[in-house]
Design a protein around this ligand. Structure first.
Ligand SMILES: Cc1cc2nc3c(=O)[nH]c(=O)nc-3n(C[C@H](O)[C@H](O)[C@H](O)COP(=O)(O)O)c2cc1C
Length: 165
């Protein structure tokens, strides 16, 4: 089964995404479909992580939308994890703003009610924005599992939330 793994430009994504989510998901039998926001893709490319992520899956690691004549590279994944989700990406997902391949995939998944776990990663100032709490509430009301834990809490347990008991 395909797991959509979406990541945005939260601090530490370049260190944590592969060991805490991508490799454990592969070990559990998932086929990875990784999609990065443009900024996250730049960070991961700069540290050599993009190539390491690509080596874990036959499906293309994406950050750019396809051209109109190109076919979709894979069908809708069975489930999604969006981690880390910056305040910016949480806001866009809650509002349905699909202005990148990552948010396009994530917004479609929410709309199609595909199971999704989101790990917001935002500091006090970002959480203090008057719209932040409403965005989290909107996602929960849409059926998204929002795993709003402090940054030190590991990411792999999010896979348990998707896979159930
Ligand atoms: C080193 C660094 C760490 C950052 N960490 C966070 C973070 O943890 N959470 C957050 O909401 N924004 C963080 N930001 C700001 C986001 O990267 C910025 O808002 C960006 O536009 C998010 O884009 P994206 O959601 O499309 O990836 C960080 C920026 C830098 C430079």
């Amino acid at each position: 089964m395909i797991l959509g793994l979406i990541a945005s430009a939260g601090g530490g994504v370049e260190r944590r995404l592969r060991p805490e989510l991508a490799e454990p998901a592969v070990a559990r039998g998932w086929t990875l479909a990784v999609t990065l926001t443009p900024t996250a893709a730049r960070w991961l490319a700069a540290t050599g992580e993009l190539a390491k992520l690509q080596s874990l899956t036959d499906l293309p690691v994406r950050s750019e939308p396809r051209m109109p004549g190109q076919p979709k590279p894979y069908p809708m994944p069975s489930a999604f994890v969006f981690a880390p989700a910056t305040a910016n990406s949480v806001a866009k997902l809650a509002l349905g703003i699909a202005d990148s391949q990552a948010l396009t995939a994530a917004c479609e998944a929410v709309g199609a009610r595909v199971p999704m776990v989101v790990r917001p990663q935002a500091g006090d100032a970002q959480r203090g924005h008057p719209a932040f709490a409403g965005h989290v509430k909107a996602l929960r009301e849409a059926g998204v599992l929002v795993s709003d834990e402090p940054p030190e809490v590991g990411w792999e347990p999010m896979l348990d939330l998707l896979e159930g008991p």
